[in-house]
Design a protein around this ligand. Sequence first.
Ligand code: ZN
Ligand code: ZN
Length: 350
Amino acid sequence: MISYQIIEHGQPLQKKLTETPKPQGTEVLVRITRSGVCHSDLHIWDGYFDWGGGKRFYVKERGCIPPFTLGHEPFGIVEAVGKKVKGVKVGQKRLVYPWIGCGKCAVCKAGDDNLCVSGSRFLGVNRPGAYSTHVLVPDPKYLVDTTGIDDAFASTLACSAITVYSAINKLPKVAPKDAVAVLGCGGLGLIAISVLRAKGVKNIIACDIDDAKLAAAAKQGAKSTVNTRAPDAAQKLQGIAGAVDLVGAPATAALGLGALRKGGRYVIVGLFGGELTHPLPPIAQRAISIQGSYVGNVQELKEVVALAKKKKLKPSPIETRPADQANAALEDLKNGKVLGRIVLNFETAQ
Ligand SMILES: [Zn+2]
Ligand SMILES: [Zn+2]
């Protein structure tokens, strides 16, 4: 199989030819046709997350050690199955749920693999991922049928859509007139606007520093847009019921938290990096909450897929590029040149 691998963090990925694994027991081998390029791939590529104050979290501490294959938005065709596999057949197209836990702990048994407490097996994070012609999946329960959805769009549901869906599920109950801010209008932000609309939220305020991204957000269904570099940005957001922060930088956190009305909730998803300094008394006095959200569980992915099948998710712009452009895709993403999402096509990888 062909994979584009990190050989050294921060250096261009290298194309490697390795032996294609043979699925055993409950394992399923999926031949990848589409593989989404996610912003968090950039952090794994760099090798660390910025924790602010000069501190870093190195991905090697959670098992991402080069040579390593990125990619956690895998979509493809079942190529081979282990002897114990039931419910899926060779030749079927499937989306792969990548946030696979140990499968044994109580949290995994409850279906929350993404919150596994004893050894996660996240594809493209600490297990070989989808920048590859093949991915080995431990169990068919992590495969989702997306018939009727465009293959490239389907791949992006595995991370960007499930992530915003799970984050939006954590917002307080909002009435139709209540305002919800979406901080950051890249790939995730645009899908967040779709999910909010599908859930009946109409007063969506899209926030970004880039006017082109704000224009895309308005097209996607945001009611209003705020360029957060404008001096009156904080004022324009005052009184929001909730904020979904898809950037996760000190500036967006300060903006989102500072604009919450009483009882409001700030949900942080983005991993841009940095640290938060906030006065403590108003958190209590205003009964506001800070909630973290990390990807989502298999059930949430199935719910997202169901929404997409009903055409209730407006796909954000997707650009499909040949797999051998993986490095250029990462560079463009790093330089903020991507509107929506890049998906790599592995069908023609050779
Ligand atoms: Zn991702
Ligand atoms: Zn577990």
